[in-house]
Design a protein. Structure first.
Length: 452
């Protein structure tokens, strides 16, 4: 079984285990078919994928939903939304762990290692829904002067990144939603601590360094990272940390300078650091190491400046790589959020909001599709060959959408070989669906209606 088939099998097993709250006789579609149908839309980056497969099924008696995703029946869009609305997104999180395990097993994780054996996990929040009208009980709210109340959904993303690496691999998210027993609205700082409590121990084996912006450079978050078996390298602006600012005014800092030449451009990278500085001004303050990078152009003008705190040792030999790793935090914006919002995943699009958890479940399936794509880009041979043949991401998925709209492929290998080598799919007798455990699921002859 190839890597892609292994990953999709993990998704399928997870979908089979989703809770089914139906109490009546309307069981034409299994929960696996319902959730895999939604996932297939995100995985193929085609909002019309299911419509095309229904058309193929009508004309040929089979479709790529059967052969590629293991669906015996294709639910209606409204039925999918109705059935996924009560499902907690947490049920999908084990697949993210399986994806990381697959990346480790194939050796793809080694290209992410920095500072010896560490991997970098960038933490950051983003919105994926905003409306003045559409809302649910899990929406957060805000008000702007002269504007109606705004309802929005946001989530905390944990993403595997590395300086100099073009890929970013998303891990399980944590949703920022009103919490039971709390009067105050939920926030990113609480969400990151929940994420660490829930997922930190499972990732401790990776020897992780957690990256984040100045919001995370506070004692509760730093202590949560250490408690989860990780290290931290957070942006820390002296202007927002009074104790550190006071220490910096009293002492001469250690300094290291490197001259850098890229093509015809020359610059100077100047590093400064301070060890064993308290993070805040009380007796229980956590002691951290502070470092700064400044980049000066050929005429001595400062073109970039940033500073960080970390629990890792800072020396003349490590300060440059620590700074590069700290700066890699921006990859969660560029290689993750930007891709999710503008490169075909349409994270901010309202695929369905629901009254309970639908928006979060669909966002999780979207992130999961992105995670599988990223791992395949790194470690799936045929997938990589097809990507290299077709070039940009958009052309790859356009080709995939066109082919699956008109032809039924017996396997992902046949489809990817057609994309990679620009040759017709295997000829001969019509392909039959791969055997899968969905075929034995209980079904009825009822019409495709939403459950009551």
């Amino acid at each position: 079984m190839g890597l892609l088939d292994t990953l999709l099998d993990s998704v399928r097993r997870c979908c089979e285990a989703l809770p089914d709250r139906r109490t009546g006789a309307n069981r034409r579609y299994t929960m696996a078919e319902i959730s895999l149908a939604a996932f297939s839309v995100f995985f193929t980056q085609s909002p019309s994928f299911l419509a095309h497969q229904r058309h193929l099924e009508t004309g040929q008696g089979r479709s790529n939903c059967q052969t590629l995703f293991g669906l015996e029946n294709i639910p209606t869009d409204n039925h999918i939304r109705a059935m996924l609305d009560p499902v907690l997104p947490d049920h999908l999180f084990p697949v993210f762990a399986d994806t990381m395990t697959a990346l480790e097993r194939t050796g793809g994780l080694e290209t992410f290692r920095r500072l010896g054996s560490h991997v970098l996990i960038a933490l950051d929040g983003t919105e994926y829904h905003r409306s003045a009208k559409v809302r649910c009980s899990h929406c957060s709210t805000r008000t702007r002067a002269g504007q109606p109340i705004e309802y929005f959904h946001s989530l905390l993303c944990a993403t595997l990144v590395a300086p100099g690496h073009a890929q970013a691999v998303p891990l399980a998210p944590e949703f920022i939603v009103p919490q039971d027993g709390h009067d105050k609205q939920d926030c990113e700082s609480r969400a990151v601590r929940r994420w660490l409590e829930r997922h930190g121990a499972a990732h401790a084996r990776l020897n992780p360094i957690y990256l984040g912006d100045d919001l995370y450079a506070c004692q509760p978050v730093c202590e949560a990272v250490l408690a989860a078996g990780g290290h931290f390298l957070f942006v820390c602006k002296p202007s927002s940390h009074q104790t550190i600012r006071e220490y910096l005014t009293r002492i001469d800092l250690d300094e290291h300078v490197e001259r850098v030449k890229r093509g015809r451009e020359r610059s100077t990278h100047r590093y400064r650091w301070l060890l064993d500085v308290p993070l805040r001004g009380d007796e229980e303050a956590l002691v951290v190491n502070w470092l700064q990078i400044e980049i000066l152009n050929a005429v001595g003008e400062v073109t970039y400046r940033n500073s960080f705190i970390t629990d890792l040792p800072v020396t003349r030999d490590t300060v440059a790589e620590l700074s590069a790793c700290g700066r890699a935090r921006w990859k969660v914006e560029n290689e993750s959020f930007n891709v999710l919002k503008t490169k075909g995943y349409h994270l901010e699009h309202n695929f369905g909001h629901g009254k309970q958890h639908l928006a979060a479940v669909l966002a999780s399936l979207n992130l999961l599709a992105f995670a599988l794509h990223a791992v395949c880009d790194l470690a799936e041979g045929l997938w990589r060959q097809a990507r290299e043949t077709l070039g940009p991401r958009t052309r790859f998925f356009q080709g995939l959408q066109v082919l699956t709209s008109y032809l039924v492929f017996s396997s992902w290998s046949d489809l990817l070989e057609t994309l990679a080598f620009a040759r017709p799919p295997p000829s001969g007798a019509p392909a039959t669906a791969r055997p899968n455990r969905l075929a034995t699921a209980t079904q009825s002859d009822q019409t495709r209606t939403n459950p009551k």
